[in-house]
Design a protein. Structure first.
Length: 234
């Protein structure tokens, strides 16, 4: 096979000197593989196989668990720290959790690559994450449909709550905060990364991703909460 552009999503030790890895690749989506000898002291592959480092890889095997053969660097790793690092870990955990194995998602790969370029700049993090989340939702046919439960247009004067199981919106009942129809119409036109809509966009992508993630909480979200708590003035 031709070498595949790839990034490491997750790695854990396997036997004495190997590792079980999950990669996001350009043409094959999420790939699970054994990286032989990568845990051995002095291994060149050990230094290459790091999160956020662009790679070229090849593998063999016909089942879900491949065996890596070629693993070469194709550029410098993104230098992330603090909140930027946690956002990167969130992206990796999200892709590991929701993408089916060997389900081609070239758009997701492209937005993931763009996100890594954005994460060092605080003002670009949230827009980059929303674009990646929306690409994931679109690839899995789980993106919000901006219609009500009866498949009618949303009323700009109404307030709505998202029903993830239907991918549509229901009118908010008394006491529910909801999202106003005008804002939802803006989102339906692609305004997900406008600064004034950042909070609503984040809440909506989180609601849409929830059925895909299930009940197990994301470790990266917990770490983000801890970081935010430490930053609050006492």
């Amino acid at each position: 096979m031709q070498p595949q552009p790839a990034y490491l999503l997750h790695k854990r030790p396997y036997r004495e000197t190997s590792a079980l890895v999950e990669l996001i690749t350009l043409d094959h989506g999420r790939v699970r593989a054994i990286a032989q000898g990568v845990q051995r002291a002095g291994s060149k592959s050990r230094s290459r196989l790091q999160p956020f480092a662009p790679l070229h890889v090849t593998w063999t095997g016909s089942n879900d668990l491949k065996r890596l053969r070629l693993m070469e660097s194709r550029g410098a790793s993104a230098l992330l720290a603090g909140e930027g690092l946690l956002c990167g870990l969130y992206a990796n955990e999200l892709l590991s959790r929701v993408l089916p194995v060997e389900f081609p998602v070239p758009e997701v790969f492209a937005f993931y690559t763009s996100l890594l370029e954005s994460l060092p700049a605080p003002e670009r993090r949230a827009p980059g994450l929303r674009r990646l989340e929306l690409a994931v939702l679109d690839a899995l046919d789980a993106d919000p449909v901006f219609r009500d439960l009866e498949d009618r247009e949303l009323d700009p004067q109404g307030r709505y709550v998202y029903r993830a199981g239907y991918r549509r919106f229901a009118l908010a009942s008394e006491g529910q905060a909801g999202i106003d129809g005008r804002t939802l119409r803006l989102l339906s036109q692609g305004s997900w990364t406008q600064p004034g809509l950042a909070g609503v966009a984040k809440a909506l992508t989180r609601a849409a991703l929830s059925p895909l993630l299930g009940d197990k909480p994301l470790r990266s979200r917990e770490l983000m909460k801890q970081l935010a708590a430490r930053r609050r003035p006492s």
